[in-house]
Design a protein around this ligand. Structure first.
Ligand SMILES: [Zn+2]
Ligand SMILES: [Zn+2]
Length: 345
């Protein structure tokens, strides 16, 4: 079977690797779809992000769905042929943070396709994956492409949970990439009354409109449209900062009302924060990182029809053309979410 292995920046290879078998409590999954994430792109473009660099070949990928093909001993609740979304979150279950229910902060996390630890944690862009049955969430009724979106949606659901009660609230989202647009859906599902999205590109903002944003503002051409929200005591109750760009955070904070909540999801490295406004408006600044239990919530929200993210799946490529997919995913003027099709059906 084949896997997509990153060796160095722009050196992505489709390689033959050994075929695994499922052990007790595990299932063998024939991969159907894998979504290319911003972190995969960072490994492809730069060999890493921040201080993290690939030090050995690593299989990319963590947004995946496939069909159960074989059950290990002791697995129940899953059957051969089931479509499953596979959570890349693999906490140890025994460390301090796992013990207090903060599994996304596990000290021994083995998140797929991550070069943070060494040896690196190999990813899930492979034709066959052996996973713990507990990582698999049945996704019948969904397409494999939708099921593979459970991971980024879970990121946004986790942020939404961190943001607190959104019912009837006014929400600003800065950055209309996959996380920003999925945050539109997550905020709506949580009862937000109004959702405004900013970005620097109209093409990206069109996707936010497609999933229900009330208004979009292109900050490259129409930045003055945000100023109406920045007057007086400000306007928004919650900010999802999804761009990782300091100017977006600053403009967003200026549009916040007193006691609002600023959720930082964008990973742009360290940035300057308008601390004086944070103090004077008594804003809460909260980080949000990955997810754990929200993965199953993401699948459930899609299955119930409360969240329809199909408009965000903009491109798909075959495994043989995977590198074309990475080039496409790099082009924000075209792509929202680009997925690799591992197998038909
Ligand atoms: Zn991701
Ligand atoms: Zn742990």
């Amino acid at each position: 079977m084949r896997a997509l292995v990153i060796h160095a920046p722009k050196d992505l290879r489709l390689e033959e690797i050994d075929m695994p078998g499922p052990g007790a409590g595990e299932v063998l999954i024939r991969m159907a779809v894998g979504g290319i994430c911003g972190s995969d792109l960072h490994y492809y473009n730069h060999g890493g992000f921040g201080a993290i660099r690939i030090k050995e070949p690593m299989i990319l990928g963590h947004e995946v769905a496939g069909h159960v093909a074989e059950l290990g001993a002791g697995v129940d609740g899953l059957a051969v042929g089931d479509l499953v979304a596979v959570s890349p979150s693999r906490p140890c279950g025994t460390c301090h943070y796992c013990g207090i229910g903060l599994r996304n902060h596990c000290e021994n996390m083995r998140f797929y396709g991550s070069a943070m630890p060494f040896p690196h944690i190999q990813g899930a862009f492979r034709e066959v994956l052996v996973a713990d049955a507990t990582q698999c969430v049945k996704a019948d009724g969904l397409t494999a492409a939708e099921a593979a979106m459970a991971e980024p949606l879970a990121v946004c659901l986790h942020a939404t949970r961190r943001a607190g009660d959104l019912f009837g609230k006014r929400v600003l989202i800065t950055g209309s990439g996959p996380i920003g647009t999925l945050s539109v859906l997550a905020a709506r599902a949580a009862g937000a009354a109004q959702v405004v999205v900013t970005d620097l590109m109209d093409s990206a903002l069109d996707f936010a409109t497609a999933v229900g944003a009330d208004r979009t503002i292109n900050m490259a051409t129409d930045a003055s449209d945000l100023t109406e929200y920045q007057t007086g005591k400000g306007y928004f109750d919650v900010l999802y900062e999804c761009s990782g760009a300091a100017p977006a955070l600053a403009a967003g904070i200026a549009a916040m009302r007193p006691r609002g909540v600023v959720m930082q999801l964008g990973l742009g490295g360290d940035m300057t924060i308008p601390m004086q406004s944070l103090t004077a408006k008594e804003l809460d600044l909260r980080g949000s990182f990955r997810f754990h239990e929200e993965f199953a919530d993401a699948v459930a929200l899609m299955r119930s029809g409360k969240i329809d993210l199909k408009p965000l799946i903009s491109h798909s490529v075959t495994l043989e053309d995977a590198e074309k997919g990475f080039v496409l995913a790099n082009d924000r003027s075209q792509a929202m979410k680009t997925q690799i099709i591992f197998a038909k059906g």
